[in-house]
Design a protein around this ligand. Structure first.
Ligand code: FRU
Length: 465
C-alpha cells in the first residue's frame, strides 16, 4: 500500500484515512480499479509476469485533475483484486510520462538484464511539450530487474526521436515469425505507424497506417478467428475502440476492413491489452479507462473498466472483435438470484431484491413488448423493440434480436454500467451517478409482455475487502 495520507477533497487538509475508510467512500467503485487518490487516465504498461498482472496508469500524483503525468502502478494476481504500489515513472527533463506499454524481455534482447531473471521493459512517451524547457515528443525506455518494483530509465533516452506532431503511445508486441519487436505508434490526425526492432533500443520504420476517425493509444495483436489458429487476423486498435482487421507478415500491415467499432458506449477509451499472458492461459485480456465519469467530493478521480477477454468471431456482418468480462468476476459472486423464466406482464414490473453491485445475466425475449426497461438505481436502460435501439443516458446502440432473444450480461458498480450483448458483439461502457430510487433494480415491459429467460442476478462482493 502506498501512503494513506489523503487530501480531504472538501477542505484540502491532509487527512489520514484508515484502511476501513479507504475504498469505502460513497462513489468509490467497488470492483473496478481506481487510484487511492488523485487523477488517473489511460492504462499503461500492461504485462503479466510471475503470477502478477501489472497495471500502470496515467496519473497526476498531485491532484484530482489531469496534469504532471506520472506512471502509477498496481498489481493483481487475478485481475479483480488490485494492490496499489509506489509510483513507477516520474517526469524528467525529456517531458512528463505519457502512455506506453511493457513487455518481458525473455531473451534479454536489450542486454538490460541484471541477475537471473529477464527484465521488464517499458516504452513510453516523453511528452516534451510539458518539460521544464519544452522539447518535441519522443519515445523513451525504462527497465526493471526486480519484477516491476523499481524502474531505471535508459541512459540514452529517447530511443525513438520525434517524427511528427505529438507522436505518442508506443505499444510493443513480439513477432515470433520474424524474430523482432514491433511498435505500434500514434502520430497525428488519424495517422499511425509501425516500427520494428531486434532489441527494443533501435527502431526502424516498417509502414504507415490510417484509421479515419480514430486517434491515440494504438494496440496491435493477432487473434484466431472462431478459435482456429490456422485462420488468424491482426487487430490494429485505436483509443476510441475503432479497429482494423488485417494481415501482417513481418513488414507491412495490410488492412482488410474499414474501421470497425468495438465500443458503443461513451466512456470506454484508451484500452490496452496485456502482454505475456502465459500460453497455457492463452487469453488476450484488455482493460480501458472509463473516461469522463463523475466522482463528486471524492479524493480520487476516474476509474478503469472491468477487464475483458477478446475474441474474433464470424457474424452475419463478417468477422468482428467481441469482448466479454473475464471469468474471474466469479471470484466476487455472492448471493445468486436465479429464475428459469420471468414473465414481464405489461406495466407490472419485476423487482428482485438485490444489492447494488451486480453481475446480471439473462436473455431478453422482447415478445410483444414495444419497450423494455431495466431501471438501475433510478436510471433507465431502455430497449426500443421496433427500432432495435438500446439507450442509456445519452448513449445508444443498435442491437439485433436473434432467434427471438438478446443474450445480455450487465456489470453494475457504484458509478458504472458495462453492457455486453450477444456474447460481446455489442459492448457499451457507461459511467453514471445513481439517483435516489425506491428500488435498486426493476424490470418493466410496455405495450405488451416480454420475458427474461435464464435470469441470474449475482450480487458481488467488494474487491477491496
Ligand atoms: C489518451 C492520451 C494519450 C496520452 C495520454 C496523456 O487518453 O491523450 O494519447 O499519452 O492520454 O495522459
Amino acid at each position: 500500500r502506498i501512503c494513506p495520507a489523503l487530501c480531504c477533497a472538501r477542505c484540502g487538509r491532509a487527512k489520514r484515512m484508515s484502511d476501513q475508510e479507504l475504498y469505502r467512500e460513497t462513489h468509490r467503485p467497488q470492483f473496478h480499479f481506481s487510484a487511492q487518490k488523485n487523477w488517473i487516465n489511460d492504462p499503461n504498461g500492461l504485462v503479466y509476469y510471475e503470477g502478477e498482472y501489472h497495471l500502470f496508469f496515467q496519473h497526476n500524483p498531485e491532484s484530482v485533475v489531469w496534469n504532471n503525468m506520472t506512471w502509477g502502478h498496481a498489481v493483481s494476481a487475478d485481475l479483480v483484486h488490485w494492490k496499489q504500489l509506489e509510483h513507477a515513472l516520474f517526469p524528467d527533463e525529456l517531458g512528463t510520462i505519457f502512455s506506453g506499454s511493457a513487455v518481458v524481455d525473455w531473451h534479454n534482447t536489450s542486454g538490460l538484464q541484471e541477475g537471473g531473471e529477464p527484465p521488464l521493459v517499458a516504452l513510453y512517451t516523453s511528452a516534451g511539450a510539458h518539460a521544464p524547457d519544452p522539447v518535441p515528443f519522443t519515445q523513451s525506455l525504462a527497465y526493471s530487474n526486480d519484477r516491476g518494483r523499481t524502474w531505471t530509465k535508459f541512459a540514452d533516452n529517447p530511443v525513438l526521436g520525434h517524427i511528427e506532431g505529438a507522436n505518442r503511445d508506443p505499444k510493443i508486441v513480439w513477432h515470433d515469425a520474424t524474430d523482432q519487436w514491433l511498435m505500434a505508434l500514434y502520430l497525428d490526425g488519424s495517422r499511425y505507424v509501425l516500427y520494428g526492432s531486434p532489441n527494443l533500443l533501435e527502431w526502424n520504420h516498417l509502414c504507415d497506417l490510417d484509421l479515419p476517425g480514430v486517434s491515440e493509444c494504438p494496440d496491435l495483436f493477432e487473434l484466431p478467428v472462431d478459435g482456429d489458429f490456422n485462420d488468424t487476423r491482426w487487430v490494429y486498435w485505436g483509443a476510441s475502440g475503432g479497429y482494423l482487421l488485417g494481415h501482417f507478415e513481418g513488414t507491412v500491415y495490410v488492412p482488410e476492413t474499414e474501421v470497425l467499432h468495438a465500443e458503443q458506449g461513451p466512456n470506454g477509451y484508451a484500452a490496452q491489452t496485456w502482454s505475456d499472458v502465459p500460453s497455457d492461459d492463452g487469453r488476450r485480456l484488455q482493460i480501458a479507462w472509463m473516461r469522463g465519469g463523475k466522482y463528486p467530493a471524492m479524493p480520487f478521480n476516474q476509474q478503469m473498466s472491468f477487464p475483458v477477454e477478446l475474441a474474433l468471431r464470424s457474424t452475419s456482418e463478417g468477422i468482428r472483435l467481441c469482448r466479454t468480462p473475464v471469468r474471474e468476476i466469479e471470484r466476487l459472486h455472492a448471493k445468486a438470484h436465479s429464475e428459469k423464466a420471468v414473465r414481464l406482464a405489461p406495466d407490472a414490473p419485476f423487482i428482485p431484491d438485490v444489492g447494488d453491485l451486480l453481475d446480471l445475466r439473462f436473455d431478453l425475449v422482447p415478445g410483444q413488448a414495444e419497450v423494455f426497461i431495466m431501471r438501475i438505481r433510478g436510471v433507465d436502460v431502455r430497449y426500443d423493440v421496433k427500432a432495435r435501439l438500446l439507450s442509456f443516458l445519452d448513449a445508444s446502440a443498435q442491437i439485433e434480436i436473434c432467434e427471438g432473444r438478446i443474450p445480455l450480461q450487465i456489470l453494475v458498480d457504484r458509478t458504472s454500467l458495462e453492457l455486453f450483448a450477444h456474447d460481446g458483439q455489442v459492448t457499451m461502457s457507461c459511467c453514471f451517478l445513481p439517483e435516489a430510487a425506491e428500488h435498486v433494480l426493476s424490470f418493466h415491459a410496455h405495450g405488451g409482455g416480454a420475458q427474461l429467460e435464464s435470469f441470474q442476478a449475482y450480487e458481488l462482493n467488494s474487491s477491496w475487502l
